[in-house]
Design a protein around this ligand. Structure first.
Ligand code: AGP
Length: 609
């Protein structure tokens, strides 16, 4: 949550900060602010609202002019979104921006109050600004003040810092919350994520836990908490600029939906050798898989839904018990784990606080961990015992689409290799399944092309509803959870995903005249049963939208609206059927006039629990 940036160089600093923040708005967008050295004095512009509001404000009140500064886009944790709670925050000698949470801020604030310090905001960040100032006043050494402050802080944080006495420098610090230091020609950057700097440079240092960066006139120096200078490996981002731009699409979400065929292909191709799954580069081999007893998939939101599909596939093909858990529940429920267990953590950002904590817990209990992560170099990616990167490139829209799709593709490859290693499927079957997976990029593209208009039309029929249901059986049920989440997070229409066979046990009482029910009916073996459930809701007045195979003909007493996906193997159907669900959510949000990419109250990267 929250995006931070910083710049030192020869360009107009305010322009660079605003441009870089625009690439990080997905991390939070309830207020924005920048602080820039103008004639050796720090000038701050900040406001409640979007980055666009900050730009408007600077048009009327003036834009700070200078070459060094820091910026912030906020997702409020401590203190409501307001001008005064917006970052940057200052002490007499320092100004900072912050991403993360200071868990012991109350205790520190009480101490600082007892030392005669005063506060203007409700934020934990201002406590850090005052604490830094407190130490700095003792010796006027910025790095020492950062070290002393860090030693007092508990929680997760990434900070961008300006000291009044050092107008040609910016300082940064990282504990847990992500932070990179971009290195260009005669300029340097800090940012919470790579897309913020791609326009200027692809070279960056990844700050580790408790590392301090000093950027400025004499280049970049990185220190540890012992004030020792560190030699860090300079990394090069393999994303291009287009990854961080809309490239002609109206929203990132629709761009990312369209990127799915390529993302899947890019993700699976390097993990297939001679037609067989090959995850050896990720540290996974048949010998290890043969001995895995239980699998736990732990994740949040959409990533957890990818795990639900994985569960059905792994259990069906490999006959290994798979337990899917919400990370925030798993970490506090005293999970039962042994050294034969594998815990799979799925995360797009690789920084989700609950998922990261769950992984650390699993490791501490002796279980092996496998990270399935999209963001390179993120905490989960670095700490997992084994790692499969999903190669979707940056996902900017808050509503996850392509990241989910590539998580599914990895779940499939993993399940195929597991089933083969366990001797549950033979080589021919494994090859056949891998071959089918390789066909999915073209089929996904086909669904996007064929169903674009139809899903838009169906969405127009849903947008006046207060509430609706998603139903399905088996893999269709696992998928319906994601369909429902997608719709509610961006259209703000209430919806529930329900196992179709469970409706009669209570939920069907919600069905009244005109209530939309989206039924997913792609699983051949369960088809007739799902159709019976659809008829049951239709008989009670529901307006039904049925997602089914191309070859199926449905009568009017089943479906009011039909969305078709190509005939394909049952197991892989979720990869096709999820596309119309994404499109329906997208168009519903669009038609309701919502901010599709930045839905209210949400942030892309949930780094607080
Ligand atoms: C998806 O549309 C959501 N925005 C959200 O559920 C997300 O999947 C969840 O917060 C997990 O994030 P992660 O994949 O970065 O861990």
């Amino acid at each position: 949550m929250c995006g931070i940036v910083g710049y030192y160089g020869y360009r107009d600093c305010s322009d660079v900060l605003v441009d870089s923040l625009s690439k990080l708005e997905y991390r939070g967008y309830d207020s924005a602010g920048i602080a820039v050295f103008e004639d050796d004095k720090i000038k701050i512009a900040k406001t409640k609202g979007r980055l666009a509001d900050l730009v408007d404000k600077m048009k009327t009140e003036g834009k700070p002019q200078g070459i060094a500064g820091i910026g912030h886009t906020r997702w409020a944790t401590h203190g409501e979104p307001s001008d005064v709670n917006s970052h940057p925050h200052s002490g007499d000698n320092v100004t900072i921006v912050h991403n993360g949470i200071i868990e012991n801020y109350k205790k520190l604030k009480d101490y600082l109050l007892s030392q005669g310090r005063s506060f203007v905001s409700d934020t934990d960040t201002e406590v850090v600004a005052q604490l830094l100032d407190f130490y700095y006043c003792r010796h006027h050494d910025p790095v020492r003040a950062i070290i002393e402050t860090t030693e007092d802080l508990e929680g997760s944080f990434a900070l961008g810092i300006l000291f009044n006495d050092y107008p040609e420098y910016i300082f940064a610090l990282r504990r847990e919350s992500p932070l990179i230091v971009g290195v260009g020609e005669n300029e340097s950057f800090i940012a919470s994520d790579v897309p913020a700097i791609l326009k200027y440079t692809k070279n960056y240092y990844l700050l580790e836990h408790d590392e301090i960066a000093v950027l400025g006139k004499y280049g970049t120096k990185i220190y540890d908490l012992h004030y020792q200078k560190l030699d860090k490996e300079l990394k090069t981002a393999d994303w291009d600029m287009d990854a961080a731009e809309k490239c002609g699409y109206e929203h990132f979400m629709i761009k990312e939906i369209n990127e799915q065929p390529v993302s899947v292909k890019t993700t699976i191709t390097p993990r297939i050798t001679d037609g067989m799954p090959d995850l050896s580069e990720c540290g996974i081999d048949d010998e290890y898989l043969k001995n895995v007893k239980n699998i736990h998939v732990v994740a949040c939101g959409t990533a957890m839904h990818a795990g639900m599909v994985g569960k059905y596939v792994m259990e069906r093909l490999a006959r290994v018990p798979v337990n899917v858990e919400i990370a925030s529940e798993f970490r506090y429920k005293a999970p039962i784990l042994s050294s034969d267990d594998l815990v799979i953590i799925i995360s797009q950002s690789g920084e989700t606080a609950d998922s990261l904590a769950a992984m650390r817990l699993a490791k501490s209990m002796g279980a092996k961990t496998l990270g399935i992560v999209n963001a390179k170099g993120s905490s989960i990616a670095r700490e997992a015992d084994m790692l499969i990167y999903t190669l979707a490139g940056p996902e900017i829209a808050v509503a996850s689409t392509k990241a989910y799709m590539v998580q599914l593709s990895v779940m499939y490859l993993f399940a195929f290799q597991l089933a083969y290693a366990k001797g549950r499927i033979d080589e021919n079957k494994c090859r056949e399944l891998v071959g089918l997976l390789q066909e999915t990029p073209d089929k996904i593209a086909q669904v996007i092309e064929n169903e674009l208009e139809n899903t838009q039309f169906v969405a127009s029929k849903l947008i006046c509803s207060d509430s609706l249901l998603y139903i399905g059986r088996g893999l269709d049920y696992a998928l319906s959870m994601e369909g429902s989440l997608k719709l509610k997070e961006i259209s703000y229409i209430h919806s529930e995903a329900y196992a179709a066979g469970e409706l009669k046990h209570g939920t069907i009482s919600l069905v009244t005249d005109g209530m939309p029910v989206i039924a997913i009916a792609t699983q051949s073996e369960l088809f007739e049963k799902t159709i019976s459930n659809i008829k049951e809701v239709k008989a009670r007045g529901a307006v039904t939208v049925v997602i089914c195979r191309e070859s199926v003909e449905l009568s009017d007493d089943v479906a009011d609206y039909v969305i078709k996906v190509p005939d394909f193997d049952d197991v892989l159907m979720p990869m096709l059927a999820c596309v119309p669900l994404q499109l329906m959510a997208y168009y519903s949000a669009l038609l309701r006039g919502n901010d599709v990419d930045k839905p209210r109250n949400l942030a892309k990267s949930v780094t607080v629990e």
